[in-house]
Design a protein around this ligand. Structure first.
Ligand code: HEC
Ligand code: HEC
Ligand code: HEC
Ligand code: HEC
Ligand code: HEC
Length: 164
């Protein structure tokens, strides 16, 4: 093999390596980051007056685990908004939209006996008696923990959470 050919082959090898690295770098940008950001503050507008929830302080400073509040570990990397399962009302809007709101079918089984594929027969409808609606889910969880661990709860506490 003469020297020119040898050099050409080296250039080709280097070019191939650079191309490969380039592909890996692009892929690195395109694959979504797995870990979700922890929201710092969450503003909750509602008829009782706006609540500003110090999410990060609760998650990092007060010594709780994510699943102390995000009680539904449905086997995904993401935590769902509470309202995904605790709507303001189990109405037509929920009936239609919730079916696409979950990252996997595992979540369906929280409320359904099987993964539903069609409109439900009367006896297949989830028992919604035990699933608190949105405001009740928040009040129960927020104040339940505060009663045990500190933080506002009880009849006089409304405006420690709600803006007047
Ligand atoms: C003290 C209770 C509490 C703790 C602890 C907590 N969270 Fe939350 N988190 C909430 C509440 C309440 C919301 C608001 C959900 C809503 O608006 O429906 C929320 C919202 C979120 C959201 C936004 C969800 C969405 O789609 O709107 C993410 C992401 C999240 N939390 C991640 C975490 C992670 C990660 C941890 C642990 C490091 C954690 N949280 C710890 C109560 C908590
Ligand atoms: C994937 C669906 C799902 C998500 C997301 C979810 N929940 Fe629930 N939650 C349920 C179901 C179903 C029940 C009914 C009781 C049971 O089966 O555990 C329930 C029960 C509750 C209860 C009453 C029982 C108890 O543990 O005291 C509270 C309070 C509650 N949820 C608050 C919340 C809050 C606050 C969030 C968001 C931080 C949240 N839930 C997110 C499905 C969910
Ligand atoms: C937080 C509880 C909950 C979760 C989680 C849940 N569902 Fe439902 N689902 C309901 C309720 C409540 C209804 C309404 C029942 C009724 O009409 O009385 C319903 C109804 C349905 C219906 C019937 C709609 C119609 O027009 O009658 C389908 C289909 C369905 N769900 C699919 C799913 C699928 C698929 C998943 C998972 C990806 C899922 N659901 C997760 C509570 C839930
Ligand atoms: C798992 C336990 C837990 C849950 C759930 C919880 N808290 Fe707290 N919260 C605490 C503790 C503990 C403190 C007191 C921290 C201190 O005073 O050192 C606190 C303090 C607070 C305070 C006063 C200090 C601050 O950080 O603003 C507010 C307001 C508050 N919580 C709102 C909420 C709301 C709104 C929810 C529901 C969305 C909620 N908390 C859910 C444990 C909890
Ligand atoms: C620990 C914080 C906290 C305390 C204390 C608290 N709330 Fe709330 N409240 C919330 C949160 C969080 C929500 C739900 C916000 C949302 O839906 O996004 C809520 C929702 C509400 C709603 C709206 C209900 C709906 O269906 O839209 C009313 C009304 C309300 N609270 C009244 C009160 C009253 C009255 C008190 C005092 C007896 C009180 N709250 C105490 C945090 C609190």
């Amino acid at each position: 093999m003469n020297e020119v050919k040898l050099l050409q082959r080296r250039y080709l090898t280097i070019a191939a390596i650079i191309a490969a690295l380039f592909v890996i770098a692009i892929a690195g940008y395109m694959i979504p980051v797995e870990k979700q950001d922890v929201p710092a503050r969450i503003v909750m507008d509602n008829t009782g007056g706006r609540v500003i929830f110090s999410h990060q302080a609760h998650a990092e400073d007060y010594g709780f685990d994510c699943i102390d509040c995000h009680h539904d570990d449905i086997g995904s990397d993401t935590f769902l908004a509470c309202g995904t399962c605790h709507p303001a009302e189990f109405n037509d809007d929920f009936r239609v939209n919730h079916q696409k709101a979950f990252p996997s079918d595992e979540a369906c089984l929280r409320c359904h006996d099987d993964v539903p594929t069609a409109p439900l027969a009367e006896d297949e409808r989830p028992d919604i008696e035990n699933i608190p609606l949105r405001a009740e889910a928040f009040h129960t969880q927020c104040m339940g923990c505060h009663e045990e661990n500190g933080g506002p709860y009880g009849d006089d506490s409304c405006y420690q959470c709600h803006a007047r």
